[in-house]
Design a protein around this ligand. Structure first.
Ligand code: PGA
Length: 245
């Protein structure tokens, strides 16, 4: 399977900058690796229109409900209807600033996968948790709570992103060895939870992924791609991550 790079644009870019990005990106993107872009929801239709056909578009969050009286929320069904492909769920910024919990995210993961979208479910430890030797137990809890009772029929629609919180936007990356250790642990949990799917589920690494560290990270056995913030904003950098100069 091709390596997958998911760009998380967070709350960045205006419509003009979105167009600029695709002008450069589309010209050089060779589909050597897969490229997905999660823009602000308001920009989704522009991304969908301007991206080259090899790129998939999605969002950074959505509602756990498919429709109804939920003012200000974005429906995963509406996203699917607009040709959306995936939703990032449980990013550490959502957990930190918007009070999302693994238990609460369980419902979002379920709705997103039921609607035929891919759920990119994020897990990761804080610096103090790592320093206290709690990394693996935190990851295990986040996986169990978020993935408890998910239907096996939908597991093809699941991707896990391991993002150590201390590595996000800080310039500090987990070493490839540190990342691989956690990825192997995530894989072992998935294999137990979803026998016969766990081997195939893609596990992305995120946290200060840059053109100069991507190759080493992707060379690790259980790293199937990257979830990228800062370096996904510039077309040239994101192209380099996708293996295109
Ligand atoms: P970063 O962000 O690549 O800027 O560290 C990653 C993320 O938040 O998904």
């Amino acid at each position: 399977m091709k390596k997958l790079l998911v760009g998380n644009w967070k709350m960045n870019k205006n419509s003009h900058e979105v167009a600029e990005f695709f002008k450069t990106f589309n010209e050089h993107f060779s589909e050597k690796r897969e490229a997905w872009i999660a823009s602000q929801s308001i920009h989704f239709p522009i991304v969908e229109e301007l991206k080259t056909s090899g790129v998939k578009a999605g969002l950074q969050n959505c509602s756990e409900h498919i429709d109804g009286a939920f003012t200000g929320e974005v429906s995963p069904r509406a996203l699917k209807d607009m040709n959306g492909h995936f939703v990032i769920l449980g990013h550490s910024e959502r957990r930190q600033y918007f009070g999302e919990t693994s238990r609460g995210l369980n419902a979002k993961v379920r709705t997103v996968m039921n609607e035929g979208l891919v759920a990119v479910y994020c897990v990761g430890e804080t610096l103090s948790e790592r320093e206290n030797g709690q990394t693996l137990s935190i990851i295990e809890d986040q996986l169990h709570q978020g993935l408890n009772d998910q239907s096996k029929a939908n597991i093809d629609n699941l991707i896990i992103a391991y993002e150590p919180v201390w590595a996000i936007g800080t310039g500090k990356t987990a070493t490839p060895k540190e990342a691989q250790e956690v990825h192997a642990y995530i894989r072992s949990i998935l294999q137990t939870k979803f026998p016969s799917f766990g081997d195939k589920t893609r596990i992305l690494y995120g946290g200060s992924v840059k053109p100069d560290n991507i190759e080493e990270l992707l060379a690790q056995k259980d790293i199937d791609g990257g979830l990228v913030g800062g370096a996904s904003l510039k077309a040239k950098d994101f192209l380099a991550l996708c293996g295109d100069k």
